[in-house]
Every structure is written in structure tokens, then in C-alpha cells.
Design a protein around this ligand. Sequence first.
Ligand code: SF4
Ligand code: SF4
Length: 389
Amino acid sequence: MIKVKESNQKSQVVILRCETYDLEEVRTQLERGIALLGGWAQWVKPGENILLKPNLLAPDPPEKAVTTHPAVFRAVAESLQQFGVNLTYGDSPSNGTIEAAARRSGLAEVANELRIRMVNFKEGDTVEFDGIHHRHKAVIAQGVLESDGIISLPKLKTHALVRLTGAVKNQFGCVVGFNKTMFHAKHPVVDHFAALLADLCLYIKPRLYILDAIVSMEGNGPRGGAPRRTGVLMLSADPVALDATASRLVGLEPDRVPTTRAGQQNGLGVYRAEDIELLGDDLDQLKIKDFNLGIGMPGFVIKNIWLRNQIVPRPQIHPDLCKTCGLCVNACPLRPPAVDWSKAGKEQPPQYNYSTCIRCYCCQEVCPEGAITLAVPWLGRIFGHSSSR
Ligand code: SF4
Ligand code: SF4
């Protein structure tokens, strides 16, 4: 880390109007943002080996807004290469291979042209690090451990479990393959899982985060939602402040996002408006008033499993959309899976066992058809739970 923040300094977040993925527009806004932060020299040195960590959740095309857009990836990569940095890239998708996700998202084409090598995210080393509630053990990808530093390129999307996914959660893809899923089973309480994500981000510590919120995802995210033009590129070295600003952009109180709360708690960053210095364009002019936040976890923690199941939204399969691919069954971290084939066989949509389901929403996250949505149980409706701000 080159830049050291003084303890009494505010966290800086640059917010830039960027209406389209037109490469010239993205390049112009990116260069403006980097200049506002003092130039690349604040974050990297020529000759360093820097890993670009985009969001490559699944093999989906750019227009679905599941993955970091190739225009953002290209603009950042070209700018860093001009500065003399050696680049690699990688991610560990929750579904499909990295090769497929890179190809479908359009990133592989850019990377090949710019000679950016995809590094190993299929194998890693076990590391241990301290956290808010627990000491963690995780298998971190070799490509991460072998780099000199990371520039994180998250995508702004709704997320059933943690409400919004942006900068803090993007580093979960540094954990190798199925190890990720097991963390859901280990931390079924959302605030504990969010704490793991914040602790992991603090351990990985990317130097800078550049958030693709030009077209974001609203509704049933992070994979089955709808693309929504939000027209913004954001930069910060503080992922908590960046996520908090993104929350304000789409009309969600930052303290409703568990990863944001956890990130302030573990010292990763700050989310209160008075602790953040906004640079660039006027946030108030850019706010999206009718962004669909989807249905997510309530903003309070319920540890009693029975009560939790009566309040917390449950996943449900829409049979008309289901293509019986079985990805949801494979994604469930429980054994036996809480979503599984019924006696009717694999020609029929899988069925849920709500008494064992821990509401981690891995099944909803991987469904390529958007066939899994969330429903609020009757007691949850009485508690007034909806897409609460
Ligand atoms: S619900 Fe989605 S992931 Fe599950 S079998 Fe149907 S299409 Fe596949
Ligand atoms: S059924 Fe879905 S939400 Fe329930 S535990 Fe399995 S993956 Fe998580």
C-alpha cells in the first residue's frame, strides 16, 4: 500500500457521471477520477505486478449487467499499462469456469488484445486472519497471493443476502471455488457472514476500488435481476465509504447493508456521510429515485432459527422459468441440499426443504434463468419487511 491515510482524514470517494460504456466517455471519466485522487502514483509504481479483480460472477454477456463491463476493464487496464504497470486478472466465479465467464463477459477479448494474463484462481494456499467475531481460515487464490497489489473492479448490484454488492464483497471471489460456499454453511447468520466478507476484504486489502455503476443491476440480483442505467463510475481506496455512497445513490440507507456495517466495525472503512469527502460530480444530481432494491434480509439479526424462518424471505422456484439444470442443487452448501430433486425426478423443478434451508440464497445467485425469487413469509409481512430502506 503506497498511500497511508491519516487517522483524522476523511475517506475520499470520487463520483463521476458516466452515462454510457462508450470507451471515450469511460476513459475520460476514469482519467478525471484518477487525477482527483492524485494520480496513479498514489496507488501503484511502474514495474509492479498488479492484479485486476473484476466481478466475474457467472458466464453472462455484458448486457445482463452481471459482470464488470469490458469497457471499464479496458479503460483501467490501458491507463495502468501506460503508467508502466504489469497486469494480470482473475476471479473465482460461483458458477461455471473463469474461462467461460471471461469469454462471455467480453473481458477475455480485451485481456488477449492487451496481453493481460489470466492467473490461477483454481488453486490456492490456506491463510488465517483475524476477524470481528472469529479467526478465519480460507483458501486464497494463488493469483492473489502472488501479486504485488490489487485493483478491485466491482459491479453495483442488488444482492438477496447482503442487500447490495459492490466493493467490500468483490474480494469474496479471491477465495477458491467451493470454499466460498462452505462459508455460508459455517456462518448462517447474515451479520456473521458479512463480517467474514469485511474481514476478508481487510486481509486482501486492494489498493483502489473502481466501481462500475454505469449500468447496475436492480431487483432479483446478483444474477437474476434487471439491468438499470445508473450512469456513474466511482473510485475510492475505502470500500466501505464507496459502498455507502453507492447505497445513497440508489436510495438505500448504508447501515441497511450488513457488509457496510461490518466494514465500519472492523476498521475497513467508514460509512457515515460526515466521514466521507465526495469529489467529482454532485451525488444529489445523480441519485436514482425509483431503483428496485429487491427483497433482502431484514435490517436486524434473528438468531432463533424457527423465528428466523417465519420472518426472513424464502427462495422459491417459478416452474415456468425453471429449465431443470440443477445448478441450484449443486450450489446449496448443505448436505443433503435444502433444494433438491423430488421423487418426480430431474425433469421437474427441484423442491425446497424450508425447515433446513439457512437462507443463504446461493441457489438464487447461481440460477441462470432468474427462476428463483424471494418471498416474504406471513410473519415477515406483519413485521413490515419488504425492500426496506
Ligand atoms: S431453478 Fe434455476 S438453477 Fe434451479 S434447476 Fe431451475 S433453472 Fe436451474
Ligand atoms: S436452499 Fe438455497 S437458500 Fe437454502 S440453504 Fe440451500 S442454497 Fe441456501
